[in-house]
Design a protein around this ligand. Structure first.
Ligand code: C2E
Ligand code: CA
Ligand code: CA
Length: 789
């Protein structure tokens, strides 16, 4: 030991020792950093390259240490180095450490660590003792074998520590220990090794071809080595920084990819999977490491490379649970820079398909009854048209007769139950190949399919009506709702769904007006009726403009004196080519469209103008249709007619029926109140035929009640009719409302009515409705006749 220390002290200038320690530390640190950098690389080639670099750095560091230490060796006589041996010894160091780090880069097992320690020691020893031979001096060198052995053993011990303790990716301090032990290993070989050497200065310098003196050149070499090591350190550090930036970037990209709901698979030009995201792992039911390297196309259920440009592909995959999953694959080819890689974005279509089905159900099914809805029904019809002929013989529409009453009386839940039960019955009635649907509200429809022969459709519809009309049992109560049906036979060349539905609807309407609980086929007669009706509609729409209407006037007389009190204006239509058309033949049709409002407006204006010419004690009555009564412009029209004609409001009477009131009692009450304020009189027409509501008579401000002519006409033969007439008259008396009897045709009727205390008469007995001014002379004649009688 003393020899070692003294060698250190005496023979080596301390500055060189310091430099040697610095170079060795620098070399080890550099080698470690570069090695760790290699460990982080994923590709095998890169790892090996970095390990190589680490070996070179370690070798150069160790050799540099040795060389500096040699330079610091001052034995007290002239020395020089053989350049070739020096270079070769550097080569030995580099080769040895490159081999060592190659072993280490593939794993840190104890065997590898041990092998590395042995290799490092051998490399160091060979380099040292061979390198020592470069020392050329005018002396003889001898080695003490025991020191040599000691040098090797101590260094081996330190290297074992270096390689067992000093390599850790996690603990920094262990790496520091590694550096320290390397330093000690190198130092021990060098200094113990140098101590093993005895130099005998004998002769002059040997003849060396390339001599390195301890002067500037050697120092430049040392400087060079330090420079190389520093450069390596910088490069590794710089690369580590870039690598960590890239790693962060990659982490972000993979986070982004993982957060995507679509499965993303990247394949290289050979079609092998090089990257997948989490969604793809989940979808394919396999982990990333299993998927990497597999051929991409079969994984996503595609057998061959899709044509260039085909970007969306439908496919099916079977996952690890054997579940087959419909998918959509979107492909994007990357540019040449990315070496022809392809990205497959794979979308699981199960949710979308499920949602589409749900929407389809919502769009084509009636929620309450579960039947097809109008849309689905019409589509089915259209599809059968497209397929051509024979699929269905008829379409039948159903309507529940008293559905509104069921709702009003028993509540909406009961109404819903009736709908559900009707749907159930309809499904049971639907023949094979047919279809039942709920078109909305209480409207249902049925397609018969091919099995109901044309000549049996009518009968079949009637059977359905009977079945639907059976009472619906709801707990304790049996609800009888009843249904009507309208059927239309589908012709072989039918194409127009809306015409077809309209025809069936007309048949239904006709069935309803025939009395409820009926089934009606849309036949020739119905067709002609509707054609005629349509003609009327068309002609009516132009009639006001063409001034085709006239008013006839029928007087209303005092029952006692038979003096004319007023005239009722009754409309007639001078329809070109049809003669004089009576109101019963067109008012209903006009009522179906807005034309009735125009006609009504014309009547009011015309009647007011006419009446303004009469003597002041004569008033005029104008009939209002139900629809016209609900026209918001009515009040304004009446006021305007009065203003224009100058007729006193109390000389105008409006006749309304209960039908007009029943639809909206409150609106009617308000309107009547307004007319009352204006001074216009109001009569309740056709009393006894409709609802005959005592409530209306009591609540609303009527100036007059008119008994319907049907009772007056039947009164003499029918005791019931007279009873009604009598009751209405009593009602009028008790409420102090004058009562008019319409349809007085005979003296006998007049007499009877007079006895029953009727105030006013109207009827053919006094005058038919006639154009003005014709009726004025009639009455005195009648009066005289009566007087004479
Ligand atoms: P209405 O208001 O009950 O009118 C009385 C109807 O009975 C008139 O028929 C009249 O000619 C008829 N009539 C009068 N006396 C007798 C009689 O002694 N025996 C018989 N058998 N009939 C008699 P018209 O003119 O055919 O009118 C029928 C209905 O048309 C009217 O019934 C009324 O509801 C409606 N109408 C008439 N003109 C108009 C109008 O300008 N506007 C509206 N909205 N409806 C009108
Ligand atoms: Ca009337
Ligand atoms: Ca009447």
């Amino acid at each position: 030991m003393y020899r070692v220390l003294s060698c250190l002290q005496d023979a080596h200038a301390l500055l060189y020792v310091a430099i040697a320690v610095f170079v060795c530390t620098l070399g080890s640190v550099c080698a470690l950093i570069v090695f760790h950098r290699g460990m982080e690389s994923e590709s095998e080639t890169t790892r090996r390259l970095w390990a190589c670099a680490s070996g070179v750095v370690a070798g150069l560091g160790v050799w540099g240490t040795h060389f500096v230490a040699m330079l610091g060796y001052q034995p007290g006589f002239e020395i020089a180095f053989d350049g070739l041996v020096t270079v070769v010894s550097a080569g030995i160091a580099v080769t040895g450490f490159v081999a060592t780090s190659q072993i280490l880069i593939s794993g840190f097992g104890p065997l590898r660590r041990g092998l590395c320690a042995i290799m490092a020691t051998s490399t160091l020893a060979i380099m040292h003792f061979y390198g020592q031979s470069s020392l050329k001096a005018s002396a003889l060198m001898e080695y003490d074998p025991s020191y040599v052995a000691a040098a090797v053993l101590v260094s081996a011990a330190f290297f074992v520590l270096t390689y067992t303790l000093g390599l850790s990716t996690k603990k920094k301090w262990r790496n520091i220990l590694g550096v320290v032990f390397t330093l000690l290993a190198v130092a021990s070989v060098h200094f113990v090794g140098m101590t093993a050497m005895t130099v005998y200065p004998l002769r002059g310098l040997e003849d060396v071809s390339w001599v390195l003196t301890t002067g500037d050149v050697a120092k430049s070499i040392v400087g060079g080595v330090v420079l190389i090591l520093s450069a390596a350190l910088l490069a590794a550090g710089f690369d580590k920084k870039i690598y960590s930036l890239r790693a962060r970037e990659n982490r972000r990209i993979s986070m982004l990819a993982d957060s995507a709901s679509e499965g993303i698979i990247i394949a290289n030009a050979k079609g092998e999977v090089v990257e997948v995201n989490q969604a793809a792992e989940k979808l394919l039911g396999a982990e990333r490491r299993v998927l990497l390297g597999q051929t991409a196309l079969p994984l996503i259920g595609l057998s061959s490379q899709p044509a260039e440009g085909a970007s969306f592909l439908g496919s099916t995959i079977t996952n690890s649970d054997g579940v087959s999953i419909p998918i959509e694959v979107r492909m994007s080819h990357l540019t040449a820079e990315d070496e022809g890689a392809i990205i497959f974005a794979v979308k699981d279509l199960r949710e979308r398909i499920r949602r589409e089905a749900e929407i389809r159900t919502l769009a084509f099914n009636d929620q309450l009854s579960g039947l097809a809805n109008r849309e689905a029904f019409q589509r089915k019809l259209a599809a059968s048209f497209a397929k051509n002929a024979g699929e269905h013989t008829a379409v039948i529409l159903f309507d529940l007769d008293e559905f509104k009453d069921v709702n009003d009386q028993f509540g909406h839940d009961a109404g819903d139950s009736v709908i559900v039960e009707t749907a159930r019955r309809l499904v049971a009635l639907t023949p094979e190949g047919g279809m039942a649907a709920r078109l909305g509200g209480d409207e249902f429809a049925l397609l018969t399919g091919p099995n109901v022969p044309v000549d049996r459709v009518s009968e079949f519809a009637a059977e359905c009506v009977r079945a639907l009309g059976l009472p619906v049992q709801l707990g304790e109560i049996a609800i009888r709702c009843g249904a009507s049906a309208g059927a239309f036979l589908i012709e072989k060349d039918a194409t127009d769904i809306s015409e077809l539905m309209k025809a069936a609807d007309r048949a239904l309407y006709a069935a309803k007006s025939d009395g409820r609980g009926n089934a009606r086929l849309y036949d020739k007669e119905l067709h002609e009726r509707y054609e005629a009706r349509r003609d009327v509609e068309v002609a009516l729409s132009r009639a006001v403009e063409n001034e085709e209407f006239v008013l006839h006037y029928q007087p209303k007389v005092c029952a006692m004196t038979r003096k004319v009190l007023s005239y009722e204006a009754l409309i007639r239509w001078e329809r070109p080519g049809h003669g004089l058309v009576m109101p019963n033949d067109f008012i209903d049709i006009a009522e179906q469209s807005m034309v009735v409002n125009d006609i009504g407006r014309w009547c009011i204006r015309e009647a007011c103008q006419e009446a303004a010419r009469w003597e002041d004690h004569l008033s005029v009555s104008v009939n209002l249709s139900a629809r016209q009564f609900l026209d918001p412009k009515l009040y304004g029209d009446v006021r305007e007619a009065l203003r224009q004609s100058g007729l006193a409001p109390n000389r105008l009477e409006l006749e309304i029926t209960e039908t007009a009131i029943i639809h909206n009692v409150q609106v009617a009450a308000n309107l009547l109140e307004k007319f009352k304020k204006l001074g216009v009189q109001i009569a309740l027409d056709d009393f006894g035929t409709g609802y005959s509501s005592m409530r209306f008579v009591q609540q609303l401000p009527f100036d007059r009640i008119k008994i319907d002519k049907s009772f007056v006409l039947a009164m003499e033969d029918d005791a019931k009719s007279f009873a009604i007439v009598d009751a209405i008259l009593r009602l009028g008396h008790s409420l102090s409302i004058p009562v008019v009897a319409e349809g007085v045709e005979t003296e006998a009727q007049a007499l009877r009515l007079l006895e029953a205390k009727c105030h006013e008469f109207q009827g053919f007995l006094f005058s038919r409705p006639l154009p003005m001014p014709a009726p004025l002379p009639i009455l005195p004649i009648k009066d005289k006749e009566r007087g004479a009688a």
